[in-house]
Design a protein around this ligand. Structure first.
Ligand code: GAP
Length: 514
């Protein structure tokens, strides 16, 4: 199945099974804003718990906070977001549609890549086993021509972005490449302008002199401005970290690929404060720790790669992304940044307050350096869903859709089902559920045939199903079905908790990280 189709199926699966709904759907939706349904919220909460516990429980030098979304507007001046958190935008005069100039150019680069890949795929089909891809790529005239155009464009684009960006040059590239508006099909473009991504609103009544405030575009600044509070009240010694999970807002112009790029989303960020000069060692450590966290989910190491940044923000001295293989290619899920002492120094400068750390080991005060790990909950959710979504052909010729979610993240851990709705089986099933519901999330289901009920649970990724039958009333044993193997075993009711609890707990997942 083409990856595009997989993605479409995933999006409709998310809706059909109560994972993700378009926001305000009965009013035709709101662009790039989504709601999480009954199963989505459980999966999302489990992802957040996995992250939070891996930070705060497993590291005795990391603590959490929950700062407000609204913050003093000067914070965003200090952090550079007011002046520089911009996207270069261009309008098409005919369709009146607005685009990100950088995205139009990146799409054009991707088109050259596509052309090259098509030539390679065609030749691979033609020559079969004898095909030498490397040789073909380095000798075929058409491939070389596309490659040369692609590389020249990439070089020109990189230079334009590095120069500020150079807005005139970005426009010129769009004209020279003859990029057309996908709606009107014309090249009738306006100038390129910078557009700030922060949402703003007014705080207080106008009569009192309302203050313009922003909806935070990242949670990190809430950590920076609380650095001293936490360090002092928690008597924290460097190195130490502060973790936070919370909403962030960006007025994304090109919002696409479902929950990959949203206007309201959630971040899980951790700022790790270190002694200047040690930051690159810590950067390396956090790169490894974070990749291990991802890989522990068991989707396969080939689903991940680092993307080290060549172009660094002026305040960073190292940065990398952890990319995940989504149905639309490798994409950033998490950023790990060595942010020097930029943010704390800026807040010192703008607030006029000292944010220094007195280091008793060297008898000196300094502004700590920071390693940041920043992951989007929604992107993580998308990566988990896309890796878990599976269509399997069964022996009887039917197809089952199954979400092979890591058991610890699954919204429902166990479904309890009476074989029939009579003869005391529902009561027995309820009794089992009433006992187990204190240990993990269970669901009771008595409607339809047992086969249909299994399919429903497969579709939401429930790792275990228990069936209560007439025999259960006699021997107090049930049939336990495994989602992935579909194997069924007979087990005593009294052992259910022992068998399941460990396998579905976040604690077990966390233990694999040690
Ligand atoms: N404090 C650093 C920071 O915010 P970022 O690379 O802009 O860095 C970090 O964002 C992570 O937040 C990204 O790796 C991504 O997972 C998530 N993220 C950023 N913008 C997003 C958006 N519009 N929709 C969904 N997730 C987003």
């Amino acid at each position: 199945m083409a990856q595009e189709d997989v993605f479409k199926k995933l999006v409709s699966h998310c809706k059909e099974y109560g994972f993700v709904f378009p926001s305000s759907e009965i009013y035709d939706g709101l662009g790039a804003v989504y709601d999480y349904g009954q199963n989505g919220v459980e999966l999302k909460n489990n992802i957040k718990q996995y992250w939070w516990q891996s930070m705060v429980l497993l590291h005795d030098n990391i603590v959490g906070i929950d700062s407000a979304i609204f913050m003093h507007p000067t914070i965003w001046k200090a952090s550079g977001h007011v002046d520089a958190f911009n996207d270069p935008l261009i309008d098409n005069r005919d369709s009146k549609k607005r685009y990100r100039a950088d995205v139009l150019i990146e799409d054009q680069i991707a088109k050259y890549d596509e052309k090259i890949n098509k030539e390679v795929a065609k030749a691979a089909k033609k020559y079969g086993e004898a095909f030498n891809e490397q040789e073909f790529r380095s000798t075929n005239a058409r491939v070389l021509e596309h490659q040369a155009k692609r590389d020249a464009l990439h070089e020109r684009y990189t230079q334009a972005m590095n120069a500020g960006p150079d807005l005139n040059e970005l426009r010129q590239i769009i004209l020279d490449e003859e990029i057309v508006c996908p709606i009107s099909g014309t090249k009738n473009w306006t100038e390129v302008r910078q557009f700030n991504l922060m949402f703003s609103t007014e705080m207080g009544s106008t009569a009192d002199g309302a203050m313009k405030v922003y909806l935070r575009p990242e949670t990190a600044q809430g950590i920076f401005v609380n650095y001293l509070n936490v360090q002092k009240t928690g008597r924290m010694k460097i190195p130490f970290g502060i973790a936070q999970i919370g909403k962030a807002f960006r007025n994304e112009i090109v919002a696409r690929q479902f929950i990959f790029r949203m206007r309201e989303f959630e971040q899980m960020e951790m700022q790790f404060f270190v002694k200047p000069g040690t930051e690159l060692d810590w950067f390396k450590k956090w790169k490894e720790i974070r990749l291990r966290w991802h890989k522990a989910l068991g989707f396969g190491d080939d689903h991940y790669r680092y993307h080290d940044h060549e172009k660094l923000a002026h305040y960073a001295n190292a940065a990398t992304d952890i990319e995940f293989l989504m149905p639309f290619g490798f994409k950033e899920v998490e950023g790990i940044h060595s942010r020097t002492n930029f943010d704390l120094s800026q807040h010192e400068k703008f607030s006029g307050k000292s944010i220094k750390y007195f280091d008793p080991e060297i008898n000196e005060s300094y502004t700590p350096y920071v390693i940041e790990t920043s992951i989007g909950v929604d992107r993580m959710f998308l990566s988990v869903m896309s890796a878990a979504y599976c269509e399997e052909k069964l022996e009887n010729g039917e197809t089952r859709v199954v979400l092979k979610l890591p058991a610890a993240l699954a919204p429902v851990k166990l479904a309890v089902m009476p074989l029939v709705k009579k003869d005391g089986l529902p009561e027995k099933a309820r009794e089992i559920m009433n006992d187990l519901k204190f240990h993990f999330h269970c669901q009771y289901d008595e409607k339809d045939s047992i086969g249909k009920r299994y399919r429903r649970q497969d579709a939401i990724g429930t790792p275990y199903c228990v069936t209560v039958d007439h025999q259960t009333l006699e021997d107090n044993c049930v049939t336990l079905r495994n989602r992935d193997t579909m194997e069924q075993t007979r087990v005593p009711v009294a052992e259910l908790n022992n068998i399941i609890a460990d396998k579905v707990s976040i604690t077990s997942l966390l233990k694999t990280l040690q």
